[in-house]
Design a protein around this ligand. Sequence first.
Ligand SMILES: Nc1ncnc2c1ncn2[C@@H]1O[C@H](COP(=O)(O)OP(=O)(O)OP(=O)(O)O)[C@@H](O)[C@H]1O
Ligand SMILES: [Mg+2]
Length: 329
Amino acid sequence: MNLLDVQNLSVGLRNATATAPIVEGLTLSLNRGHSLGIVGESGSGKSTAALSIMGLLRQNRQIETTGDISFQGRNLLEMSNRDLRSVQGSKIAMIFQDPASSLNPVMRVGDQIAECIRTHSRLSAKEIDQQVIDALRRVGMPDPPVTMRRYPHQLSGGQRQRILIAMAIALRPQLIIADEPTTALDLTIQAQILRLLKELTAEMGMSLLLITHDFGVVSEMTESLIVLYAGRIVESGETRTVLGRPAHPYTRALLKAHPSLDEKVADLEPIPGSPPSIRQRPSGCAFRLRCTQAKEICSTVQPELAMVDSDTHRAACHVVNSDGRRDRL
Ligand SMILES: Nc1ncnc2c1ncn2[C@@H]1O[C@H](COP(=O)(O)OP(=O)(O)OP(=O)(O)O)[C@@H](O)[C@H]1O
Ligand SMILES: [Mg+2]
């Protein structure tokens, strides 16, 4: 059994007359101790997918969710609020993009970590203190007994992100969902935080679902990869296969638009146009209006995810699926 199995997850935004699709037919699985990246441009539905997996969209009446989210064999979508709360935090933990808005400015950071632990366990105050110190040590904070008494504004951005990671790992969850955990930080600190996250997940045997728009980050951090466009998977597979032999025209275009260390910024080719909004999804393939290879069928038929060159490498593209060979694209 996989740790996490998401089947055909769709998340829509209701208004008086219609439901607009934010995420459509998302299927993914994640084994224990494995890492999966989700990449896509802004607005592709990455955070919505993560929030719905975490059960955080349940209270939102405008949001309609269908499909299955099975975690350790239990369907999170059908769980009672009480059971779901016990899973959130203790079995699945989430790290958000912006440490400033995720921490309480008027509470000492040690107390914030302690509160997480207290909600999910029955330890004594002394044991909790010990766990707070242990979590701070794991994330490499200097002098934990002193750091735990600090307020968020007394720490740097990178240190605040470490505190959020300490909160996430304090209960030794099985799954960490990290939504663009480093975009608010400068490059050197980003690299340090990502390395820390990778080390901790490996050391503690946790699975990682990492959301980012940065191919450099997924190639360092994840074994498998999903590329999302307008709420749908356009390509998936092992990270090194998808990055080494990208099949979908969108993935190829994204890679060309992505600065890598050995490339001059001048060689980058931004993708013309912008992704369709959730209320204006075109018929057929959502990428066709920006795609240089679009054929007639692309405007009428939604392409299915189909095998490319190995069992796990899949792409949803009529051009790729019909000639089967990416180098003819
Ligand atoms: N509660 C909501 N109300 C209205 N629109 C929403 C809501 N949640 C998501 N959307 C819309 O759904 C689309 C996907 O949003 P989402 O935040 O999941 O994208 P994302 O891939 O995480 O983008 P980013 O990279 O900018 O974080 C966007 O067009 C967004 O405006
Ligand atoms: Mg987002």
